[in-house]
Design a protein around this ligand. Structure first.
Ligand code: PAF
Length: 284
């Protein structure tokens, strides 16, 4: 496994791989890798000849009061994990090279970035789409793999790729969970033991909504009341949003006809967690 920091070196390597007919898969990450990331790599390994994982804590997707400074960074630990998954290249550029002085070009997707996280994290998705667009230009992947835990991010990136005719297939893969249901996230390590207990309520509330939905409940208000009740009774939780929206447009639904996405952002102490589930007739 090779660690590439130099942008030009990565571009040349990608170009040569493409020319020799190799299929390239990219798993974009900010490092602090966990089982969720590793499952994306495992999937990529089965689909591509060259598997690239980018590790870059992208400064422009963090707001001024967010956790950019304390976001966990451990390139050495991450490279041990990726080597075991058969990753060919870690691409880990320096921020000063990625966004040099006078950098001034951003990518913005409109409607689907407005609700949910977009409404509470101004500029976040502009940062995400810009970094991902640049990564696509540098790594030149045929497919790029993202976790469905960041559901809105996945929809936004798929929209960007479609709108800008990017020659890359953007694939979403299922959320990987801890044994008690908590969705894996690099931010879980911020939780105290007590907060970690409260954090289970997110996935439990999602499961409960799926049960109600299966029993025939279609009214968003009723489903969300139940979700809010279950999370709200846990210590140290504060719901930032709990919405049920259309899985493509992300518009709010008042009644779920065929399919909806129940999306949550919840503060547990000073840690912000997100999670979601699909509500659909033929769910397991
Ligand atoms: O999901 C993430 O880790 C980041 O938002 C991404 C896609 C790597 C862009 O920085």
């Amino acid at each position: 496994m090779k660690i590439i920091k130099d942008i030009l070196e990565m571009q040349v390597m990608a170009e040569e791989s493409r020319r020799s007919g190799k299929k390239i898969a990219l798993v974009p990450t900010m490092g602090a890798l966990h089982q969720g990331h590793l499952s994306l790599m495992d999937y990529g390994r089965t689909k591509a000849d060259l598997l690239v994982v980018s590790i870059f804590v992208n400064p422009i997707q963090f707001g001024p009061k967010e956790d950019f400074g304390k976001y966990p960074r451990d390139l050495q630990g991450d490279s041990l994990l990726t080597a075991k998954r058969g990753v060919d290249i870690i691409f880990s550029p320096e921020a000063k090279d990625f966004y040099p002085d006078l950098f001034q070009t951003y990518v913005m997707v409109e409607q689907v970035t407005q609700p949910l996280c977009g409404a509470v994290r101004p500029g976040h998705f502009r940062g995400v789409t810009t970094v991902v667009c640049k990564l696509f230009h540098i790594v030149k992947p045929h497919l790029a793999i993202f976790g469905q835990k960041d559901f809105q991010q996945l929809i936004v990136i798929q929209q960007m790729a479609k709108d800008l005719n990017m020659d890359v297939e953007v694939i979403g893969r299922p959320t990987v969970r801890e044994a008690d249901g908590l969705a894996m996230s690099s931010r879980n390590r911020y939780l105290s033991p007590e907060e970690r207990v409260s954090a289970r309520s997110l996935s439990w509330a999602l499961k409960e909504a799926q049960v109600l939905f299966r029993k025939g409940e279609r009214k968003t208000e009723v489903l969300l009341d139940r979700v809010s009740g279950l999370i709200g009774r846990e210590p140290a939780t504060r719901i930032e949003y709990a919405r049920i929206c259309h899985p493509r447009t992300l518009e709010d639904l008042t009644v779920v006809k065929d399919q909806g996405v129940l999306a949550l952002a919840v503060w547990v102490g000073s840690t912000r967690l997100i999670d979601n589930c699909l509500l659909e007739d033929n769910q397991e």
